[in-house]
Write a protein that binds this ligand. Structure first.
Ligand SMILES: [Zn+2]
Length: 328
């Protein structure tokens, strides 16, 4: 059965407790908070032949088939490869599933994630199924970024926002999920994950705290001229490029913020506070703005998986970074 997260309790009661179900739901909110699990839980509930209370029974024929991954009346549509688009042919297959009769005589349930990975042709093909509901089919659309959806898709769904849990609730949950971390480390992970508890667990698994420590130490040595951009680019080559660009982007924002507000509360995580403050004092604002523009533009290229030479790009970033405090 899909995992039930404590921050989804009231959301779940609202959704599962509806007397009548909508033809299509759009579950949207930030990444890493369990929207997919929520959709899977609702899928099981909608397909279950003997629901108990708000949840699926876990024992009927439908629940057993779903567990085995061989339920004839559910359909999961997602990119064939991670981070790639959902293709129009995939949506066409879905559309022919939607017009069939349910084989177990109950509902059919479709789960699409992430909806924004459909291009315009795929989206238009899906619109037909949203416009002409077929029998007792329920579509569950999961989106991390509704701004990228066609307005016509959004308007045909019951929209259900899935908010970020409060910090207190996330930390309480993380205490159980990451019992070997200290409280301070869990706070750091949650910050690095922009408040998403599931993303925090994933980051811990990827060794992000160790990577961050390595990068922070490197940046300090770079500014003291103890290590060169070339050496650091070599040392950091196992760290995901996007992660590096996110950190530098974050630091440039913090420098600007401090230049504008002089607010010591807004210096970010403890490991870089002194460096951020130092660079804010020593660098002309225009230079910070320039490097931030450059970082954002390169980050976009990294995201689009353009053909880049990572070592050269990283070196270019570090050469600019080390020259920030040169003269004011
Ligand atoms: Zn059941």
């Amino acid at each position: 059965m899909a995992e039930a997260y404590p921050w989804q309790d009231s959301l779940w009661q609202q959704l599962a407790g509806r007397a009548q179900h909508a033809h299509a739901y759009l579950l949207h909110g930030p990444m890493g908070i369990g929207k997919r699990a929520l959709a899977e839980r609702l899928m099981a509930r909608l397909l279950c032949q003997r629901p108990e209370g708000l949840d699926a029974c876990g024992q009927c024929k439908s629940c057993m088939l779903l567990k085995a991954g061989s339920h004839p009346d559910n359909y999961i549509l997602e990119p064939e490869e991670a981070d790639k688009a959902i293709k129009v042919d995939q949506v066409r297959d879905l559309v022919s599933f939607v017009v069939q009769t349910a084989q177990l005589g109950g509902r059919k349930v479709v789960l699409i994630e992430p909806v924004e990975s459909m291009n315009i042709n795929a989206s238009n093909a899906l619109l037909k199924s949203l416009e002409e509901p077929s029998g007792d089919t329920v579509l569950l659309l999961v989106s991390h970024q509704t701004s990228r959806l066609l307005p016509t898709i959004k308007s045909r769904c019951v929209q259900q926002a899935c908010p970020l849990p409060s910090e207190a609730m996330s930390l309480q949950w993380l205490a159980k999920a990451l019992p070997d971390c200290a409280e301070e480390e869990r706070i750091e992970l949650l910050t690095l994950a922009a408040g998403s508890p599931l993303a925090a667990v994933k980051l811990q698994g990827q060794g992000v705290r160790e990577q961050r420590a390595l990068v922070v130490e490197g940046v300090k040595k770079l500014l003291k001229q103890q290590q060169s951009p070339t050496q650091l680019a070599e040392e950091w080559k196992s760290i995901p490029m996007l992660q590096l660009f996110d950190w530098f982007c974050d630091w440039s924002s913090l420098i600007l913020r401090y230049q504008l507000t002089q607010d010591e509360e807004g210096l970010g995580l403890a490991d870089m506070r002194k460096v951020v403050q130092y660079l804010a004092q020593k660098t002309a604002q225009e230079k910070v703005l320039n490097i931030q523009d450059w970082i954002l533009a390169q980050r976009q290229k990294v995201m689009s998986k353009a053909n880049l030479n990572p070592a050269l790009l990283l070196e270019a970033l570090l050469v600019q970074w080390v020259s920030l405090p040169a003269q004011k």
